[in-house]
Write a protein that binds this ligand. Structure first.
Ligand SMILES: Cc1ncc(COP(=O)(O)O)c(C=O)c1O
Length: 406
């Protein structure tokens, strides 16, 4: 009897056709224009001096005093970070983890029972972060998409979300601002979401990894954006929904390799405390956050203002560059509210796949296809706004030249 593998890994190949083609071209020595660079330490190396890492070498790390919730000083520093953003978060309500991806995994284990095709369900937005279905699958929960509809801006389609809820639904995921659409939850949307979760006994998981990076609001008439749900504004504060707010160093400091994320556990008592107690049992089982990063967290967070300013300035410069490059052309740069991605809508003279193929093999540039994020229609491509503006300008030139030839 051959070894059998878990059905939690339903996908066949992790490298798709485009990654393979990229590797082949690179192997042939073809220089590729990378417009999807998403690690700030690569995109903005000048921001990250080596001494930044000194706090990681504290000799205190030789003592191991594991705490499932995470070290008090690290949690206090994260609470101070929220305070600097005008939000009150109690360090007592924070649970540390190694990354936001791990936070998802723990929350899916906290909230859902696994099944073989009949497991509990978690609803997640589409288009959105492509790792979500994999994280759900690994945690044994079924992931059910609900659409974000585009009518000039992306917003939650509440009738479709409501009809996707079943007796097996356990949680709704919202990503604010969303990757890659850059759309924040508006206060009115947040209110509807919280009401829906409260009335249907669902938890709300809000991924806020990009929430610091707000750009000028293109639609101020749509009401205020919810820059965070870690503390709700007064009209929403009374809504009795259990919610988990996720973030981490990956985007807050632009340092995904340091592996520190967190969950703010919020909502009505005693449900909130009960959820946190159980979450800490999961955290205690893994104790996955390293001691050096917990000790270094306060010093690293002191670097945030400079790192944030550098990243935010790049995002703004790159967005302006894209908008100027495509102004008056058949390519539209969709309005971006925040985060560090831009979505381009391309004329559908050829399919999205064909666009990607030509841009890669003939123009030697790398962008993400819209289908990677499950856009409901074609043809979209996604670029990272961490990319240097000069590279984006060159990419725009090649793309427009390609369009001329179609
Ligand atoms: C929306 C979103 N959430 C979470 C993550 C992952 O963050 P982490 O590195 O903390 O796992 C990403 C990474 O790109 C992301 O885009």
């Amino acid at each position: 009897m051959p070894v059998r593998f878990s059905s939690r890994l339903p996908w066949q190949r992790l490298t798709n056709r485009f990654t393979q083609l990229q590797a082949e071209l690179r192997g042939q020595g073809v220089p590729l224009l990378d417009l999807v660079v998403s690690n700030p330490t690569r995109a903005l190396p000048e921001l990250y001096r080596e001494s930044l890492l000194l706090p990681l070498s504290s000799p205190e790390a030789l003592r191991y005093e594991p705490s499932p919730q995470g070290a008090v000083a690290a949690r206090q520093a994260i609470a101070d970070y929220y305070q600097a953003r005008g939000l009150t978060v109690s360090p007592e309500h924070l649970v540390l983890c190694a990354s936001t991806s791990e936070a998802y995994s723990w929350l899916f284990q906290l909230l859902g029972n696994p099944g073989d095709g009949d497991g509990d369900e978690v609803l997640f937005p589409e288009p959105s972060y492509p790792l979500l279905p994999f994280l759900g699958s690994l945690a044994g929960v079924a992931v059910v998409p609900y659409p974000l509809r585009f009518d000039g801006r992306f917003h939650v389609s509440f009738p479709e979300l409501a009809s996707a809820i079943t007796a097996r639904s356990r949680a709704v995921v919202a990503v604010s601002p969303n990757n890659p659409t850059g759309s924040y939850l508006r206060q009115s949307e947040g209110e509807r979401l919280l009401r829906l979760c409260a009335t249907r006994d669902l938890a709300l998981i809000v991924d806020e990894v990009f929430s610091d990076y707000a750009l000028v609001d293109p639609w101020p008439q749509e009401g205020p954006r919810l820059l965070s749900l870690a503390e709700l504004p007064p009209p929403l504060a009374e809504l009795p929904a259990l919610r988990f707010v996720l973030s981490g160093f990956s985007k807050v400091l632009g340092l995904p390799q340091l592996k520190l994320g967190w969950i703010v556990v919020c909502g009505p008592e005693p449900l909130r405390s009960e959820a946190q107690r159980r979450l800490e049992l999961i955290a205690d089982t893994f104790l996955s956050v390293s001691t050096p990063i917990q000790l270094a967290a306060p010093a690293l967070l002191k670097e945030r203002p400079q790192l944030f300013a550098g990243i935010a300035a790049r995002i703004q410069a790159s967005l302006t560059c894209l908008q100027q490059a495509f102004a008056g052309t058949a390519v539209s740069v969709l309005p971006v509210e925040g985060g560090w991605y831009a979505v381009l809508r391309l004329p559908r003279l050829i399919s999205e796949e064909e666009w990607l193929l030509r841009l890669l093999t003939e123009d030697h540039m790398v962008v993400h296809p819209g289908y990677f994020f499950d856009f409901p229609e074609e043809a979209y491509v996604v670029c990272s706004l961490l990319t240097p503006p000069s590279d984006l300008a060159e990419g725009a030139r090649r793309l427009l030249a390609r369009l001329e030839k179609l």
